[in-house]
Design a protein around this ligand. Structure first.
Ligand SMILES: NC(=O)C1=CN([C@@H]2O[C@H](COP(=O)(O)OP(=O)(O)OC[C@H]3O[C@@H](n4cnc5c(N)ncnc54)[C@H](O)[C@@H]3O)[C@@H](O)[C@H]2O)C=CC1
Ligand SMILES: O=C([O-])CC(=O)C(=O)O
Length: 308
């Protein structure tokens, strides 16, 4: 199993590290445009192999796509991250050009690749890859909801004063400060709805804190987060590489599901060796449907800014 990660920056390197530590891939290629950068990150990571006990071979290359040939899975993390006070959508001007050219270079050398898009604004970047390549829709996956759901569970566990492993929950919708739809009504602690333990006000606070999870970290760190994003990407890569059929909310191209068309947005999917093997349509109540519709309108507005 060969995995390429384009962009050896904070998220790309974190993702490579988690993939290596889980030791399910034979090879990880890190590619970056900055001379020597991916080579350096790969060497540093390889020097953790004997300490962390993995055999995954990590190599780094400067913009040489021939070294990515035959990749089964590729992750696109290349592009700029936001700074405090910015929205993800403000990154579109620079990142759209980068994502489009990276996707096309990857495809030249790995025509059967499954692509995971991370660069922001992620739902729009995923849509861009759909519109500008002939990769089948099941093989283009946007990572956002897996991260947002992990943050939701963190916030729920805090509110419940419970261990995170007791908690389950999911965030669907667009990966943006306003567009996320944390499914508070469906969240549980050991199969019991969290609404049995938390007031409506407290649950609303959990949802709001979840939605601005990325912005909160960007303010604290001066740039956007990388540990949880890297871990979330590695979980998606593992689900595909190991054919796990695990359910994650991912940005998927919709053709009628959830009443939406011609859009990539976060919905629950089953991930296995064929990428998105199924889009899972769960029952939403009227309030959740309205939030999903509003979120989709926001994503579509950003998509309209694309030029291709
Ligand atoms: N979807 C999600 O949930 C998340 C998305 N992100 C996004 O991921 C992206 C990367 O974030 P970070 O790793 O923190 O940024 P970073 O600045 O640390 O790394 C980005 C890397 O991309 C490289 N790069 C730029 N243009 C390139 C090109 N044409 N080809 C190859 N490499 C190129 C840069 O040299 C840099 O090393 C950002 O757009 C950020 O907003 C970050 C966290 C979560
Ligand atoms: O907040 C950002 O810009 C990066 C990101 O998507 C996240 O951490 O959720």
């Amino acid at each position: 199993m060969k995995v390429t990660i384009v962009g050896a920056g904070a998220v790309g390197a974190s993702c490579a590290e988690y993939i290596a530590i889980k030791d399910f891939a034979s090879e990880v290629v890190l590619l970056d445009i900055k001379e020597g950068f991916a080579e350096g990150k790969a060497m540093d990571l390889m020097q953790t192999a004997s300490l962390n006990g993995f055999d995954t071979k990590i190599t780094g290359v400067t913009n040489d796509y021939s070294k990515t040939a035959g990749s089964d899975i590729a992750v696109i993390t290349s592009g700029i991250p936001r700074k405090p006070g910015m929205t993800r959508e403000e990154l579109i001007g620079i990142n759209a050009g980068i994502v489009q050219s990276v996707a096309s270079s990857l495809l030249e050398h790995s025509p059967d690749v499954t692509l995971i898009v991370v660069s922001n604004p992620m739902d729009t970047m995923t849509y861009l890859v759909h519109k500008t390549t002939d990769i089948p829709k099941n093989k283009i996956i946007g990572m956002g909801g897996a991260l947002d759901s992990a943050r939701f569970k963190y916030r729920l566990a805090q509110a419940l004063e419970a261990p995170i492993s007791d908690v389950d929950g999911m965030v669907i919708g667009g990966h943006s400060d306003t567009g996320m739809v944390p499914l508070t009504r469906h969240a549980t602690r050991n199969s019991v709805k969290v609404s049995e333990f938390l007031s409506e006000d407290r649950l609303n606070q959990v949802a709001e804190d979840t939605k601005v999870g990325g912005a909160t970290l960007t303010k604290l760190l001066g740039t956007s987060a990388w540990y949880a994003p890297g871990a979330a990407v590695s979980a998606l890569v593992q689900a595909i590489a190991c054919d796990q059929k695990k359910m994650f909310p991912c940005s998927a191209f919709l053709e009628g599901e959830y009443g939406l068309n011609d859009i990539c947005i976060g919905v629950p999917v089953l991930l296995g060796k064929n990428g998105i093997e199924k889009i899972v349509e769960i029952e939403l109540d009227e309030a959740e449907k309205a939030k999903m519709k509003e979120s989709a309108e926001g994503v579509s507005k950003v998509n309209e800014l694309l030029q291709f």
